[in-house]
Write a protein that binds this ligand. Sequence first.
Ligand code: DGJ
Length: 727
Amino acid sequence: MIQYDKEYSIFKIDTPHTSYAMGIADDKYLGHVYYGRKLTDMNLGYLMRAEDHPAAPSVLPREKTGFFDCFPMEYPFGGTGDQRESCINIKTEDGQQGLELAYVSHRIYAGKEPLTGLPATWGDNCETLEITLADEVTGIRALLSYTVFTDTDAIAKSVKIVNGGNRNVYLTKVFSSSLDVEREGLEVLTLPGSWARERRLQRRRLGYGSAAAESVRGMSGHQDHPFIALLSEGCTQTEGEVYAVHFVYSGSFLAKVMEDQFGRTRMVMGIHPDSFCWKLAPGAAFQAPEAVLVYSDAGLGKMTRNFHDLYRKHLIRGYWRDKERPVLINNWEATYFDFNTEKLLSIAREASGAGIEMLVMDDGWFGHRESDNSSLGDWYVNEEKLPGGLKYLADEVNKLGMKLGIWVEPEMISEDSELYRKHPDWALRIKGRKPGQCREQYVLDLSRPEVTEYIYGRLKAILESANIEYVKWDMNRPLADVGNAVLPPEQQGEIQHRYMLAVYGMQERLTHDFPGLLLENCASGGGRFDPGMLYYSPQIWCSDDTDAIERLAVQEGTQLLYPLSSIGAHVSDCPNHITGRTVPFETRGIAALSGTFGYELDITKIPEEERKQIPSQISSYKKYNHLVRNGAYYRIASYQENHLYDCYMVVSQDGAEALLTYVQVMAEANQRSRRIRLQGLLEDALYEIEGRTYQGATLMNAGLLLERMKGDYRAKLIYIRRYTSRY
Ligand code: DGJ
């Protein structure tokens, strides 16, 4: 529910269990008042301190900049006195900066308007508050939108900037969210990483000064994640407060927290200003991407479940959203580039016999691509490798009762390609410089509509040429040499964002033109695993590191925010191609079962005793996937923290059944069993676990005993079923 109280000049936005409040001070300035547990009171304006010291500008004009520098501005503007991190700044045609945004009007309406060209949360059961602020001197208007859904504890925020003046203005910075938090001893949580080591949890004490997560790579990236959270001191999975913000965007971003001289903390999120400058002609508008805010008063676990609920119900779209996904086998780690139709069909024959439902042909089926050094852009099938083309392959795979999926990398161009020989200027490049290669490839300049049109046209033709039911959309290098010969000098700062809009535009068309298609995004593993991409594809490849043990950490960081149904996870061959580690096949299967589940190995070559386990792994997938997809997720223990074991569970929304995953990474000596305290069960219910019954409250408070297994890297799946509702 959203309310405006005229008497107190207070806006209050309620989700089922939280409130977010703003107030108007000095009849002009929109201040942030509160975000936390639900409040019923509207008398909240005193929290902005605008009436006491330092007094508001109308009372004490001689201290106006001092007021700006400590007022909890809801959408802080730069250049006029607030010296903390601002959300917006501009450059005028006179080359000058500075804004002063004042409250003009607001409206509250049922529903939510889509963000043109951008991914965003959606739904019918929601309400939106739109507040208009304006700068008298330039005519710039900022329209702040806040949407709340009746069934989710999250707030979706976005900002639209309109040039209401009569001269061009250049937006040099436009963030999507700011939140001032007044609390001592805050810690910061971010998700840094690297290729094959994505989204590791990093926590540190904040103190005076700032901390950030950021990308200027033109992609959200492996190295930082567009997420930042402030935690109360010592916050755990079950206790403590969390203020979190996640960005529904896949390009360069800045997430920053900053504690100021008064011990108050500001947390901002938006497009990275370093690579951004957008021209706004008179009357023109710029829509900044959406940011979502979650508050939890019961630790990180509750934050996680709020994000999962929001994304499952109000971000992911399309035919596959709530459905069990086909068990796939991908040939990347099986063959790399060395395959042909016969090899693929031999994998498919064996796979279909084992119960696998889809063959995914990875990189190397087009142009003359025998390695990663050529042919990107030449989206024509290589008939030497695949005689009869995609049609023949799809038909043969379909005859085996399987679906066919393919890999593409539409955003790239190889120097050794027909496309590059014809259009060298289609690669992003800075005037006078030869662009630098990465994986021997360049980035296509998708900010140019003719490039996008061509690439999308090829993609569409390929998908229409055969029965292709799945696409893995890969992106294997960051943007660099960002420039082109088309946009005028004053608009070169728009290229990165235009690029992102073009990627979104192509994926929107794809999902529209092929509504039954299962799209999986990917970027050298999980380099663009973000809420923006999740809007277009219900699943994203999580990491190129398929080692089940390494994967525990990658999956933990990913599960912190994303529903398990969206996390691509495969069983691969051992010794693992990246780490060289050998892990029992059963453990590899159990680790992958908490994601979308599939295989990435040469099924014709793995040992017979492993191949024999595949049908039972698939039947576990069929048996438990409804819980993995829809259940509430609880993180019980983290191998990243304890270095010994990992444990998490999913509980059906009605508490009637649950699945516990336990991975004993190291077999400790002289340790017979471990007591594990479960979560999320019904206190009074009686549960059955492996033939014994336990009370829910006992399992959650006293725990379950898990026997030590023989050897390292052992895993166990434990199914928990409600026996009776009352003990
Ligand atoms: C990177 C992906 O993450 C891999 O799974 C694979 O598709 C390769 N690219 C292919 O080039």
